[in-house]
Design a protein around this ligand. Structure first.
Ligand code: HAM
Length: 416
């Protein structure tokens, strides 16, 4: 039997309602903050990610699904959403629209990762991007919205960690200090780190190798090198979060895995699972890097697969149970069957969830099936019922039966 590729998953009917629930609730929150949906292609020109995400990142160097198409173009399955959204923003002239532009997406992403708990090769993100505001207020609005989303899904043990990784001005000084620190032991770092030393030493802080992590202990932190503008920006973000009672921790170790970040970066980390559920930050240079005017922006993406993994553990409420049929209509004989089909059609048009037999089941098997599907009510129609236009409707929970007219309105009155 052919099996699904490693790191992918099937979301089956017995589970998909949870995904629908999360997406619906997330969408409500996003739209209440004024975000509008954007959909971009699953694949893009490889250069977009090389330039956008950064060619010294793990994502670009090790994790992209890249191939030549039949026209010999280098194509990559999107490993993240931001680069594609910014490309679409520029390509479609959205820069001339009133700013800021607020967009959300729910899309699958592809990364050739070492598959483990919470780390898949195809995974889904719920993301939000604000393009066109340099103010700390945009950072705060976005973080508050992310916090509201996490809380909506009732996931315990999630902490908000924030940091600032400055702008090109403060980063230049910081990188000098960092290179001086790393340079002392450069020979002991892994080969990838060595190649990153000249071009992008901050990436070395993100290396997953145990040896490199140890060597990085005691490295200078960017927070000590922030320029006045970045420092004020960060102070304002922190102050506002405090005013709004959003608890946070400063984690000077957050550098994020993608190169486009500037100033505020943040992660909502699940302490119980040991991974980040939602990550994001400011990216004030990306629009320009991809060919537009210098335009400040900020965004985040929530790992939907990770969220659902935790969500399933803690949420058993009625609200997220799958839908069950309002009524099962069982029938015996051709004429009764016709009546059943007509009634089902009329009731479905009124928005009810109706099941009837489409498997040529016997009456006994039909009743068993109605029970298995947890139908709320049962209506049995035979020749007599067709003749009298009356039938018994049974409340499957209480077992109570009632004689009613075979009429759409009459049925609705009795099952609501
Ligand atoms: P990211 O930190 O690479 O950021 O991914 C965001 C979230 O996606 C992670 O916190 C995690 O929950 C989830 N995630 C990432 N990789 C995997 C994986 N292999 N399996 C399952 N879940 C995963 C971004 O992608 C940025 N584009 C976020 C952003 C938007 N920044 C600004 N705007």
């Amino acid at each position: 039997m052919i099996q699904k590729p490693k790191g992918t998953k099937d979301i089956l009917p017995g589970n998909s309602y949870k995904w629908a629930y999360v997406e619906e609730k997330a969408k409500e929150i996003l739209e209440n903050y004024g975000f509008k949906e954007i959909r971009v292609p699953v694949f893009e020109q490889t250069e977009l990610f090389e330039r956008g995400v950064g060619d010294t990142t793990d994502v670009v160097q090790k994790e992209m699904y890249t191939f030549l198409d039949k026209g010999e173009r280098s194509i990559t399955l999107r490993p993240e959403g931001t680069a594609g959204v910014v490309r679409a923003y520029l390509e479609n002239g959205m820069a001339s629209l009133p700013s800021p532009i607020k967009m959300w997406y729910m899309m699958p992403m592809y990364r050739y990762e070492n598959v483990q708990k919470g780390r898949y090769r195809e995974f889904r993100q719920i993301g939000a991007e604000i393009i066109g505001s340099a103010s700390y207020k945009a950072d705060v609005e976005l973080i508050v919205m992310a916090d509201q989303m996490i809380k909506k899904f009732n996931i315990p043990g999630v902490t908000l960690n924030i940091n600032s990784i400055g702008c090109p001005v403060c980063r230049a000084k910081y990188q000098e200090a960092l290179k001086a620190f790393i340079g002392k032991n450069l020979e002991q770092y892994c080969d990838t780190c060595k190649t990153r030393f000249e071009k992008n030493p901050m990436r070395i802080l993100d290396c997953k190798e145990k040896k490199c992590k140890e060597l990085n202990q005691g490295a200078p932190v960017i927070l000590d090198y922030l320029c006045e503008e970045c420092s004020t920006h960060f102070e304002n973000v922190k102050k506002s979060l405090e005013t709004l009672n959003i608890p946070y921790k400063i984690d000077s170790g957050i550098v994020r895995g993608l190169d486009y970040y500037t100033k505020t970066v943040f992660e909502f980390v699940s302490e119980t699972e040991g991974y980040t559920v939602l990550g994001g930050g400011r990216y004030d240079e990306l629009v320009e890097e991809l060919g537009g005017q210098k335009t400040p922006a900020i965004g985040f993406a929530m790992g939907e697969d990770r969220l659902i993994d935790i969500f399933e553990k803690y949420n058993k409420s009625e609200e997220i149970e799958p839908k069950v049929p309002d009524l099962y209509i069982a029938s015996i004989g051709n004429i009764a069957e016709e009546t059943a089909i007509n009634l089902a059609l009329g009731l479905r048009k009124q928005g009810l969830y109706i099941e009837t037999d489409i498997c040529e089941r016997s009456m006994k098997a039909s009743l068993k099936y109605a029970d298995k599907t947890n139908s709320k009510y049962l209506l049995v129609i035979g020749e007599d019922e067709v003749n009298t236009q009356n039938a018994k409707i049974k409340d499957m929970k209480t077992g109570e039966e009632k004689e009613i007219k075979l009429d759409v309105d009459e049925i609705i009155k009795n099952i609501k």
